[in-house]
Structure formats: C-alpha cells, structure tokens
Design a protein around this ligand. Structure first.
Ligand SMILES: NC(=O)c1ccc[n+]([C@@H]2O[C@H](COP(=O)([O-])OP(=O)(O)OC[C@H]3O[C@@H](n4cnc5c(N)ncnc54)[C@H](O)[C@@H]3O)[C@@H](O)[C@H]2O)c1
Length: 455
C-alpha cells in the first residue's frame, strides 16, 4: 500500500472492508403453514372423487399425492398403454374403472375433478373437454403445447366456471413464498438480473427412458396418442421418449424452464409473458432421432430486468440454481429446499481508484474530508456477512402436496388456485417463445394485442 494512501484499518472502519469480518450464514428453518386440508374427518358430502388421465411417471405421482390428502377418492383412470392402467390401480391400491378413451370419464356424474398428466400436446383438448363436462382440473405443466391453446383454456374455465390448477409446484412452495416476502420487503433493492439453470448429464436426464418389453401396437393406442400431431408410423421411441420431439412436448423449456420461470414469476410478482426472448443452443450429443436441442440458453427481457435461463443435458457440474440479483442483495437457491440471502455491502466508501492518480495533497484532503463527512460505524456492527441468512424447508416438507392441497381447497371453496390458467399461460408462452427463437433463429417478441409471438 502506498505510503499516504488510506490505512487498511481506516478503510475497515469506513466500512469497505466489512466482508473480511463476518461470521458464517445463519440457517433459518421455515415453519410449515397450517395445512389447508382440514385435519378433521371430512364429511361424506365433502368427499372429492377424481379420475386420472395419463398415468405415466408424473400421473402416478400426482394421483398418489392427491390420495395423501384427506377426503379424496380415486374412481377411474384413462391411459393409452395397458400397463399404465395397471400401474395406476397399483398406486391407487384399488380396482378402478379403466378406459383408453378419456371421454368416457366425463360421462360419470360422480367425478368432481380430473388430473391431466398426458404428454403436452393433449393437455388443452382434454382440459377444455373436462371444463365443458363440469369437472375441475389439475393439469400438468406446461399448460399448453401451442400459444393459442392457452387462451382456449382460460375461456373454457371462465365459461364453465371451473377451477384449474397448473402443475408447477413451486407456485405453492413455502420456500418461494419466503423468497417473495424477502423481495417485497425491499431487502434485494432493485432487481435487474436473474439467472437460473438446471443441468444434467445422464441418459435419464436426457429423456432416454427404457422401452418396456410389453409395449407394442396391441397394448398401446397409437392413433389416439397422435391426436392432432402429424401422422407417423408406430414408434416406441416417440411414445416413451416424447420429450425429444416437438410434435408432443415443448423440449427443455416445457420440461424444465417452466419450473424455473414459475419460481421467478412467483418471487418477483411478474405478470404477462416476457417482452422478448433470444435463444441459442443445439442438439450436440443425444442424436437419437429427436429434434429438440440438448442445450438451450435463453435471454428473456421483462420490464426493467433481464432473465437468463439455461438447461444443459451434457454437463451437470453446476446442478440447479436460481439467482436473483438486486442493488441491495442477492438471493440464491441451492435447490428447491434452501435459499440464501446475501446483502450487498452498499455502505458509502471513499473513492480509491481514480483518486490514486491525484497529487498527494489533494488525495489527503479528499480522504480527510471524506472521513469527516462519514463518521466511522463501530467495528462490531459493520459486518455484512452477519446478515447472510439461509432459509430451509423442513425435511418432511413436500411442495407437491402443498400444491395439490391448494387445488383441493379451491375445488371445495371455489377460491382461486395458486396457479390458475392465466398464470400457467404466461409461463407456457415464455416456453414457446424460447422454442420459437431457437427453431426460427430469430428474436421472439410477444405481441400482446395480437396475442401471438412475432419476430
Ligand atoms: N410437475 C412436475 O414436476 C412434472 C414432472 C414430470 C412430468 N410433468 C409433466 O407431466 C406430463 C406427463 O409427463 P410424464 O413424464 O408422466 O409422461 P409419460 O410418458 O410417463 O406419461 C404420459 C402418459 O399419458 C398417456 N396419454 C397420452 N395421451 C393420452 C390420452 N389422450 N388419453 C389418455 N392418456 C394419454 C400416455 O399413455 C402415457 O402413459 C407432461 O406434461 C410433463 O411435462 C410434470
């Protein structure tokens, strides 16, 4: 340090060296909110009966989650592969009314709601049919496969007075609610940047699921699977590894971006689709016939902030995170179970960089005046690190259950769900914008008046 420059001790007293003094982050265990589902026995008149449509990986998880809530009974299932009709009954622990034609479910008057967990290209049609039949719907994310479908679903929910919960569970998570509270308290200051990613590096993470030995044209209703998608010959990879094909899914955005976006929208209270999206990436490794990329990086523009989202199926060293950068602090999620708030050290500091080039006399005068204008805070109160907090959910916390209970409460009370179709449409459109930009090699712009993506 130059002879006449400010001493290290002085510098610390002025606050600039505060990060050297801190203690490690305090961990705050979040308290679960009172369970929505009543712990009291549910009277028979309030029991809810449901059917599941699409009981693959997620459909079986969803039905099991619904059955953990009190006063809920499963009575029917629809799926296109015989073995999934069997799997659903095993998960329900009882014999169910089974069908490959989901419309038959809507003939039953005793069903209050349906869970829709099919491939994405079937969501909109089934949800609209369910609304018209007077059923409430828990629909898996992403809500839609194509932009116009979202407005159709919103219209159907309004027309038939139905409750729809879209299945991005972060929307009901106590951790994201805490993060929202931190943001709304002003602790982050002005947020201008967010970055988030989910990275993986294994065949399951890249959607290369095993093909079951009993799957064939007799056990799977292939024509029904295709629905409105282009007619192609029977193909087991397309049926079981559908996420790789844009005919049935929305690729990395529909599978993974949507979770990150749901969290970001929830914390920051974002409304509406992003203004713009620019994507880059490619299909670099998993060239097994799919048309979806295995790396996608999208920069979104929202009013007053830029959001960067990445999913990489070729390296998992960075795992998963969301980071929210504000002028007063940073909130970083380690995973879905914990998040750390770190304040920025924004206390005033004497300018050093340019002042070093001043003549000695001027420098000393500047520093002397600065010290006079900024009385030193006591040393034991200057550590920014002491304000670092890690928030953690309890070990047995289940955000899937919280999201399902929120839906069941809405079905019973007719109070809006945490993630109704308007919200589900915003994040779905954000996914479609990422894909539009990638596949068309253009900047995707949301046209609010025309309700469509344009260049
Ligand atoms: N919220 C989450 O964390 C989460 C996790 C995984 C999947 N998902 C979503 O859940 C949905 C399903 O994903 P998955 O991994 O369970 O897929 P999957 O392939 O394991 O299961 C989909 C099932 O839907 C059935 N199906 C398709 N069209 C049908 C129709 N018209 N009628 C009846 N059944 C039909 C298929 O036969 C298949 O068994 C997707 O939209 C996916 O994005 C959400």
């Amino acid at each position: 340090m130059a002879e006449n420059s400010i001493s290290r001790r002085d510098f610390m007293r002025m606050g600039a060296g505060a990060t050297l003094i801190g203690s490690s982050a305090q961990v705050v265990l979040l308290e679960p909110a009172k369970a929505l589902a009543s712990p009291q026995p549910i009277p028979p008149s309030d029991r809810l009966r449901f059917a599941s449509i699409g009981t693959g990986v997620r459909g079986c998880e969803d039905l099991s989650t619904a059955l953990r809530a009190p006063g809920v009974e499963m009575v029917a299932v629809s799926d296109l592969w015989d073995s999934r009709l069997t799997a659903a009954q095993e998960h329900a622990g009882k014999k169910l009314d089974t069908t490959k034609d989901y419309r038959r479910i809507f003939d039953r008057k005793d069903i209050d709601f349906v869970i829709v967990a099919t491939m994405d290209h079937w969501h909109a049609k089934i949800v609209e049919d369910a609304c018209a039949a007077g059923k409430d719907v828990y629909c898996e994310k992403p809500m839609t496969h194509k932009v116009p479908e979202g407005f159709g679903i919103i219209g159907a929910a309004q027309k038939y007075g139905r409750m729809i919960q879209v299945g991005s569970q972060r929307r009901s998570s106590m951790l994201f609610a805490k993060a929202k509270e931190i943001y709304e308290s002003g602790a982050l200051g002005q947020v201008t940047a967010v970055e988030a990613w989910i990275d993986r590096n294994d065949s399951s993470g890249a959607w290369v699921y095993p093909i079951p030995p009993d799957a064939n044209e007799n056990t799977i209703d292939w024509q029904q699977f295709l629905g409105d998608a282009p007619k192609v010959p029977f193909n087991l990879k397309r049926f079981f590894r559908w996420r790789g094909y844009s005919d049935y899914g929305a690729g990395l955005p529909g599978d993974l971006f949507v979770h990150l976006l749901t969290g970001i929208y929830t914390i920051l209270g974002l409304e509406g689709p992003p203004q713009k999206a620019v994507s880059a990436g490619g299909l670099y490794r998993w060239k097994d016939g799919r048309d979806e990329p295995d790396l996608l990086w999208t920069l979104y523009t929202f009013p007053g902030m830029t959001v960067s989202i990445r999913c990489n199926l070729n390296n998992q060293s960075q795992g998963e995170t969301t980071r929210i950068f504000g002028t007063k602090g940073t909130l970083e999620f380690q995973d879905e179970e914990s998040a750390t708030f770190t304040p920025e050290d924004t206390r005033p500091q004497p300018e050093q960089y340019s002042v070093e080039s001043w003549p000695k006399k001027l420098r000393e005068e500047y520093w002397a005046k600065w010290k006079q204008d900024h009385p030193a805070p006591p040393l034991d109160s200057v550590s920014v690190l002491e304000q670092v907090r890690t928030y953690r959910v309890p070990n047995d916390y289940d955000e899937d259950l919280a999201h399902m209970e929120n839906f069941l409460d809405a079905v019973r009370t007719r109070k809006p769900c945490d993630e109704g179709p308007v919200f589900g449409n915003w994040t779905a459109i954000a996914c479609h914008m990422a894909n539009y930009s990638y596949f068309n090699k253009v900047e995707a712009v949301w046209d609010e008046q025309a309700k469509e993506i344009r260049t």
